[in-house]
Each structure stands twice: as structure tokens, then as C-alpha cells.
Design a protein around this ligand. Structure first.
Ligand code: NI
Length: 169
């Protein structure tokens, strides 16, 4: 297993649209395992392949307290969304230190393949539902700050670029 570098906003590669995974091969299994390790190391609750510069439809999530219930979703599709929406505070490993409110469906049902290529359906609400929607956005090239006002987004962009410059210096 290996830790993977995580792209940081406003890296334009975060806006690439991921392609479906053609087949769940050993390469995909290894990628999923590496993404889980990377997510745990970064203390995140979800990670999309897009964030590690792999543009295929794969996300990993673990919203458990114990950090031992990782879920792998390959080619996830929302098959049902609740009528109710709710604003939740979100953060992102690609936008470190930034948290803000984003409106999401309260509950979703997602159809996907697992790391063995087996079909699975998850009925999610609460933090899991938020996380699924956040990670699936990444696969479409969308980062959560794009839901915020242009003013806020520009402030975040400036802050991130400054932090990245200071890190390199
Ligand atoms: Ni994110």
C-alpha cells in the first residue's frame, strides 16, 4: 500500500470529469486500498479518485468513529434522492482548513460496484449521505467551494494559493 499525493484547490486537475471504471481489476483494488490509507492518514471521511489525480469513477468513504468501516464505491450512481434538503458544514482534503455550509439531499440511495466488482446498493442518510454527494461531485470535477458565493470562493482561492506558495518557499 502507498500514500498518494492529494491535489489541492485551485488545481485545475480537480475539475476533470472522471470516466467510468471499465472493469474492477487488481489495479483498481490497489488504487482503492491506497486511497483508503491516504484518507485515514489525512484524517478525512471520504476521498475521490479525482483528488489523487486518477480520473475514474471511484470513491472511498469511512464515516465510522472507529475508522474501520471503509466503503469502496466504483461507478456510483444516485438512484433515489429525498425531497428534503439540508445545509451541512463541509470540508475537503483538497481545500484544507476551509469549512462552509452546502445544501445537499437529506438522504440518497446509491448503486455502485464494490472493490470485488460486486453490485451494491447503499441507503444513506446523515453524514454518509452528505459524504457520498460530496465525493460524487469530485468525480464530476466539482469542489464544494463552487457552491459558495464568488466572493467567498475567490477569498478561498487566494488563501490556498498563498498557503501553497509559502509551503514551497
Ligand atoms: Ni472533497
Amino acid at each position: 500500500m502507498a500514500l498518494l499525493p492529494i491535489l489541492c484547490y485551485p488545481d485545475p486537475k480537480l475539475h476533470k470529469v472522471a470516466k467510468p471504471v471499465a472493469e474492477v481489476t487488481d489495479r483498481i483494488k490497489t488504487l482503492a486500498a491506497d486511497m483508503i490509507e491516504t484518507m485515514y492518514e489525512a484524517k478525512g471521511i471520504g476521498l475521490a479518485a479525482t483528488q489523487v489525480d486518477v480520473h475514474e469513477r471511484l470513491i472511498v468513504i469511512d464515516v465510522s468513529e472507529e475508522r474501520d468501516q471503509a466503503i469502496v464505491l466504483v461507478n456510483p450512481e444516485l438512484v433515489w434522492t429525498s425531497a428534503e434538503k439540508r445545509i451541512n458544514e463541509e470540508g475537503c482534503l483538497s481545500v484544507p482548513g476551509i469549512y462552509d455550509g452546502v445544501e445537499r439531499f437529506d438522504a440518497v440511495h446509491v448503486q455502485a460496484l464494490d472493490e470485488h466488482g460486486k453490485s451494491r446498493k447503499i441507503e444513506a442518510d446523515g453524514m454518509l449521505a452528505v459524504c457520498i454527494q460530496h465525493e460524487m461531485d469530485h468525480l464530476l470535477g466539482k469542489v464544494f467551494v463552487e457552491y459558495l458565493s464568488p466572493l467567498k470562493r475567490n477569498r478561498i482561492k487566494t488563501k490556498m494559493l498563498k498557503a501553497q506558495r509559502e509551503e514551497r518557499a
